[in-house]
Design a protein around this ligand. Structure first.
Ligand SMILES: [Zn+2]
Ligand SMILES: [Zn+2]
Length: 594
């Protein structure tokens, strides 16, 4: 590696650094627990680990002691020296290390068997490593956790102890990393979404099938009504189509050939004699039937169809994550059937709408754009259509994106099987990226379904189709909103916008009147007239991130006022009911991000 590349920004250097740390960890363990049996110790995306077999118990407490020993080793300036041995010599050297012996057995004949020595410690390893242990800064190093892990990931094997660590060139960088981790945990929707009762999961219902609780359902309903209204104003035609269809439909659409593994099939897919259904993974082939319901002419186009559509995808259970990766979800689905000359304008319309929606909910700033293309080197069985069709679709999409000034990255082999996509990407609190909105150009499926229009010359022509979402998957968006706002959703989206608190029982009737009036205005209002102290009630409201708390005491009742407190602790003082009502209504109607 060149000297200039030896920075932490360089992934290879970072991995080398972390892998060296795992050797230092093993050396420290060997000194403190001479009987330890070592398994494997790789670098990972964020740091490193070592799987070890310790005879006694090993807990978080022991990590501190090991960490201390590691810092000592860093200061020792042990050179890492590489040497190779024959298989027999290697086995002899590792005679007391059963896992290493197994690894040596597994090295293919003819491959070199290499070791690294650092001071009093030698490990079987292919490298590469830093030159000396001193290049690792002990004060930037931390062992983060330990868990159980089966040898070779196989549950039939022995459970080993996996010790995780991370390291940075300076202590400041380590501290920043730890702070960022804690902040991510604080915002993680999978944690706060459950704590704040937006959703839950139930083992016997299944993974990736979340139960959306009343609060979550209210937010999704608010988003959905808003999105459907926006679409209606933009000339979309609402459809409502079945959740499942016979396999014959998916054979025409190509999903049977290209997406069978991703679908939930009802019936035996191999038994051609009896009916076989599948839950829909997309709405496209259903919505096309609306177009096909009668003959269309060039004057009818563009036709924009939308549907709040529930879809089913049989994702790997290992992929499931809270509300972000699920098996059943609801999206703002839509398909535009257009003439080729309308492509640019309609694509722009889709992008405008998606950007407006993402901007309003406060997610656009952190979105990135990816132009997902096919892989010309691997066209077979994954993609439909000819290279010429793909070239044409991709070059017109590139032109549109360039004309619109969209700043995008290119993703090769990320396209849908029928065409290229613009994916709007978002990262969760842990940095994992997923698609939030997608807009796709399709020059193939209309032909498969026999969709045509009569041109101005009287000839039958094949339209283009744009597949698009305007908010993507509601469950996923809810997750991103919870993480972005750390649970304190903007007032217009908050499931409970106002909570009315009584200071004394004597004011309850007056307070109930306030609740009723706010409710009648369409404000989502709840009350807490319990006998708990006011401080306790306020803390509860703040913990549950309710935007406004209306506090009512005897003085308020005498003066015919109410006292308002915002969830961040800000005291807005006493005001008339009308003043407060217009304040809340203003914040809700303008969709302010507070
Ligand atoms: Zn190594
Ligand atoms: Zn579609």
């Amino acid at each position: 590696m060149e000297e200039a590349e030896k920075t932490f920004e360089n992934e290879q250097y970072r991995k080398t650094y972390w892998h060296t740390c795992s050797h230092i960890l093993a050396q420290a363990l060997k000194r403190l627990y001479p009987d330890v049996k070592l398994a494997i110790g790789p670098s990972i995306d964020e740091g490193f680990y070592y799987d070890v077999d310790l005879s006694g118990s090993f807990t978080q407490e022991n990590l501190k002691e090991v960490e201390k020993e590691m810092r000592k080793i860093c200061k020792e300036n042990n050179q890492l020296e590489r040497f190779a041995l024959s298989r027999e010599e290697a086995k002899e050297l590792m005679a007391d290390q059963p896992y290493k012996l197994e690894l040596i057995e597994g090295i293919p004949e003819g491959d070199e068997i290499s070791f690294y020595r650092q001071g009093d410690f030698t490990d079987l390893c292919a490298g590469p490593h830093l030159e000396t242990t001193k290049q690792v800064n002990g004060s930037g190093l931390k062992l983060t956790s330990c868990t159980g892990a089966y040898w070779r990931g196989d549950e039939h094997n022995k459970m080993l102890t996996r010790i995780y660590g991370v390291a940075f060139p300076t202590k400041d960088e380590l501290d920043a990393f730890i702070a960022a981790k804690e902040e991510a945990k604080r915002r993680d929707h999978n944690k706060i979404g459950r704590e704040l009762e937006y959703f839950t999961t139930v083992d016997y219902i299944g993974q990736g099938l979340p139960i959306i609780l009343p609060k979550g359902a209210r937010v999704i309903q608010t988003l959905q009504r808003w999105v459907e209204d926006l679409e209606q104003r933009r000339g979309y035609l609402l459809t409502k189509t079945p959740f499942m269809a016979k396999r014959e439909l998916y054979k025409i659409s190509g999903h049977w050939d290209h997406y069978l593994n991703g679908m939930f099939v009802l019936g035996d897919p191999d038994d051609e004699k009896s009916e076989c259904f599948a839950l829909r993974p997309m709405t496209c082939p259903f919505q096309y039937q609306v177009y096909l319901n009668r003959e269309r002419s060039y004057r009818d186009l563009p036709m924009r169809f939308n549907e709040t559509s529930t879809l089913f995808r049989n994702e790997d259970s290992g992929e499931m994550h809270g509300l972000i990766r699920v098996r059943q979800f609801t999206i703002s689905e839509g398909h535009l059937v257009i003439r080729p000359d309308q492509l640019e304008q309609e694509f722009k319309g889709c992008l405008d709408l998606a950007k407006h929606i993402l901007d309003t909910v406060g997610l656009l700033d952190r979105c990135t754009f990816r132009f997902s293309q096919w892989d010309p080197a691997n066209p077979n069985n994954k993609y439909e259509g000819t290279p010429e069709q793909w070239e044409a679709a991709q070059s017109s999409m590139a032109k549109i994106l360039d004309d619109l000034g969209v700043d995008y990255t290119v993703g090769i082999d990320e396209a849908a099987f029928y065409g290229p996509k613009l994916d709007i990407q978002f990262r969760n609190v842990y940095g994992k990226e997923d698609t939030i909105v997608t807009i796709q150009i399709d020059m193939l499926l209309a032909e498969r379904f026999g969709m045509v229009y009569t041109g101005d010359d009287g000839e039958k022509k094949t339209p283009y189709i744009i597949h698009r979402t305007s908010l993507g998957c509601y469950e996923r968006t809810l997750a991103y909103l919870l993480e972005t706002y750390a649970g304190a959703l903007p007032t217009w989206l908050a499931p409970e916008q106002v909570r009315v608190l009584s200071i004394k029982d004597s004011v309850v009737d007056y307070a109930q009147g306030v609740v009723d009036k706010l409710g009648a205005m369409g404000i989502r209002v709840e009350s807490d007239f319990s006998s708990n102290t006011l401080g306790y009630k306020i803390r509860n409201g703040q913990k549950e991130k309710v935007p406004y708390m209306v506090i009512i005491g005897e003085k308020d009742m005498e003066n015919n006022t109410i006292s308002i407190r915002y969830r961040n602790g800000e005291d807005l003082g006493a005001m008339s009911f009308e003043e407060f009502a217009s304040l809340v209504k203003g914040v809700v109607d303008s969709k302010e991000k507070k």
